[in-house]
Design a protein around this ligand. Structure first.
Ligand code: FE2
Ligand code: FE2
Length: 472
């Protein structure tokens, strides 16, 4: 590397608009390699070096804020970043022909990204994206009004609308991360409203009654191994499950059954999560704050939005599946941080949806999990060392935000749906897919019996839901 070392402002490197995709790639590499950033105060000319990751975690588009600072990186570091970028395969290039046992190359990893439609959607104007979403919503409403039952048509409409919405949101939030919070909220408002409406229409159409093994097969067939298709399947599976859950917990005999299995099988499990609660006080109402209840429609819709955008912080060209050759846990963890920050700070999406984005890999604090809740809780415990959680799960916001509960119900639901989807995903390059019953057995042994990660009562209901649907 020859030439004099100079410093280039990050503002010039991480441009907006047309180069949004390229900027994202730069950011990914700078995060991965933790490039040093030279921060210069324009008034005092004082400078200091800070790792890119630290600055980014503090404020994502930090290079754009005013306050009399400029942020630069050295030309030598920039060359290194560029070299890495060149070494990466291009975005959304032609799809590799599928092999029965595909060799894992950088290109196949790339194809796990946001899908073939990404480029088409990215080239639309904001107005076009919004009217596209509204059109999809109208299509779903028409099918609902006509009481459509043709599963191919339903699956087609649902997959198209939800996967397009996931891509549109991903692009918009990536752009929003480069703006100040207020400006970003203004820019994303129409998108937030249209997405919320589209999600409502999907929940009306995709009730638990429509959900069937055949429809799931149809959905899987229409989806591929991309991140966005995972988000689509998780969204649809999640809302179908919530609808099943609502029906089940409205029946007092079902609740009695849950009470019996809770006392017989799971008391110890929960006791280990809240060891300070005397065994005699451990009831189902201790596990579920205020007891198990059906989810009211307004909350149902807010959570569904969270399910749809839960992995919105995932970057392209990153392998998110444990076991894949390029899996890098440190990088994977970033998706939760980026997703949470973008939804919470840059949009007016409901807080409920932001929490789902930030808390969906917590696993009751197990070491293999990650996310914002554990970080906040740790901080809170430092300030209030005597405070202890009184409940395991809450539907309401206040107990989770006030650290009175260990987990947020929709995030615990999403953990289960998310793991189930990744185990049964037929498009994984590195292993054969596992069938539904094997997946459920695997989850019980690995995530409940060996470790305390997913919630056993919710899992029992999820298992019943899947078994009902696959007509054993
Ligand atoms: Fe995730
Ligand atoms: Fe996910």
């Amino acid at each position: 590397m020859s030439g004099k070392e100079t410093y280039i402002p990050l503002k010039e490197i991480l441009s907006q608009g047309d180069n949004a995709g390229l900027s994202r790639e730069y950011v990914d590499i700078m995060l991965q390699d933790d490039i040093p950033v030279v921060c210069v105060n324009q008034d005092t000319s004082k400078s200091r070096k800070m790792p890119f990751k630290v600055m980014y975690n503090n404020k994502t588009a930090f290079w754009q804020q005013g306050g009399g600072w400029t942020y630069s990186i050295s030309s030598i570091d920039l060359d290194k970043v560029k070299e890495k970028l060149v070494a990466r395969p291009g975005n959304w290039e032609k799809e590799q022909p599928k092999k029965s046992k595909p060799e894992i190359t950088k290109q196949t990893v790339k194809d796990q990204g946001f899908g073939k439609k990404y480029d088409d959607i990215a080239s639309m104007s904001t107005e076009q994206k919004i009217s596209h979403l509204n059109l999809q919503k109208t299509k779903l409403n028409d099918l609902f009004v006509k009481k459509a039952r043709d599963r191919e048509i339903i699956a087609e409409a649902l997959v198209e609308s939800t996967s397009d919405a996931a891509i549109i949101n991903h692009i918009a939030l990536e752009e929003a991360m480069r703006l100040g919070d207020d400006e970003a909220k203004k820019q994303t408002q129409e998108l937030v409203d249209s997405t919320h409406e589209m999600v409502k229409s999907s929940t009306y159409l995709f009730s638990e009654d429509v959900f069937s093994d055949e429809l799931v097969n149809e959905l899987v067939e229409k989806s591929n191994g991309t991140i966005v298709q995972h988000m689509t399947r998780v969204f649809l599976n999640g809302i179908a499950f919530l609808s099943y859950y609502n029906k089940l917990v409205s029946s007092s005999s079902a609740i009695n059954k849950i009470r019996i299995s809770f006392a017989a099988k799971y008391r110890e499990y929960y006791q280990s999560l809240l060891p300070h609660i005397p065994p005699g006080n451990f009831t189902l109402e201790r596990v579920f704050y205020k007891g198990m209840a059906a989810i009211p429609p307004d909350l149902f819709h807010k959570w569904s939005v969270g399910f749809l955008i839960h992995d919105i912080g995932k970057a392209t060209a990153v392998e998110y599946h444990e076991g894949e050759s390029e899996y890098n846990r440190d990088v994977v963890i970033e998706h939760v941080k980026i997703g949470y920050k973008s939804v919470m700070n840059k949009t007016n999406y409901p807080v409920e949806a932001s929490l789902i984005t930030g808390f969906h890999h917590e696993y009751y604090g197990d070491v293999s999990g990650y996310g914002y809740f554990r970080a906040y809780l740790e901080q809170y415990k430092k300030e209030y060392p005597d405070v202890k959680q009184e409940y395991c799960i809450t539907y309401e916001l206040e107990p989770i935000l006030g650290y009175r509960a260990l987990a947020y119900f929709p995030a615990k639901v999403l953990e289960i749906v998310d793991v189930y989807d990744s185990i049964t995903d037929p498009n994984r390059a590195y292993r054969e897919p596992v069938n539904q019953t094997e997946a459920l057995a695997l989850m019980r042994s690995e995530f409940i019996e060996k470790r305390h990660k997913i919630d056993p009562v919710i899992f029992d209901i999820y298992e019943a839901f899947i078994m009902d649907k696959i007509h054993l």
